[in-house]
Design a protein around this ligand. Sequence first.
Ligand code: AMP
Length: 283
Amino acid sequence: LKVIDHIEQVREWVRAHKTLNHRIGFVPTMGALHEGHLSLVRRSTAENDVAVVSIFVNPLQFGVNEDLQKYPRPLEKDIRMLSQCGVDLCFHPQASELLGEDLQTFVDMQGLPEHLCGLKRPGHFRGVCTIVAKLFNIVSPDRAYFGRKDLQQLFIIQKMVRDLNFSVEIVPCPIVREADGLAVSSRILYLSPDERKDATILSKVIKQAAEAPWAELTASELIAQLRKSVTAVASARIDYIQIVDESLEDVKLVKNGDILALAVYIGSTRLIDNYVFGQKLNF
Ligand code: AMP
């Protein structure tokens, strides 16, 4: 595993592999790696000639009152994990180099970001898209892997790639969960033992929704039932629970392929999860 901080050195590495006709797989992350990230990484190493992972806690995607400062950064442990997975290059840029002193160009999508997390975290997806676009331009991957856990982000990146003609195939990857159903996330590290138990409410309501006679209910009836379950957990506070279609518009009646999207605070930690109606659950 090679660890590179500087953009120009990554470009050189990429040029050398392109000359050899190597296909480059890429997984962008913010580090604090866990099984969710590693599932993307393993797929990338299996499907490509060389695998690149970036670790960058992107300041542009954090709001003023969010957890940028306290976001975990266990770099040495991350590098060990990537090395064990057979990753070829870890790109770990400094914010000063990647953002520069005077960034004036942003990828500001209209439409998909005006729903769900985008409404709750103004500027978040602008920050995500801008950095992912920069990373794509530096790494020039053939394939890039994104988790379905951040489903709105996945849809937005797919749309950005179509709209701006990036030459990369976006590969969606399934949500990795703990045994009790909780979607693995770097933010789980913030939870106290009691909060960790309460956090299972997210996967519990996903199960509740999947097992409900949803085809016979209106979306608002089903959402009311789910809200009731979440509200019964003292440490939980609903940010949103919505049922949307693929364009992220709220639906009135639920059909196969519609998405239950939820964001719930457990104490001060905000967790997200989602379920695509009709899919089998594996927990
Ligand atoms: P992050 O480091 O949070 O920016 O995540 C990097 C990538 O890992 C994103 O594409 C996420 O969707 C993906 N990811 C994070 N957690 C999971 C999970 N539990 N299952 C699948 N993918 C995940």
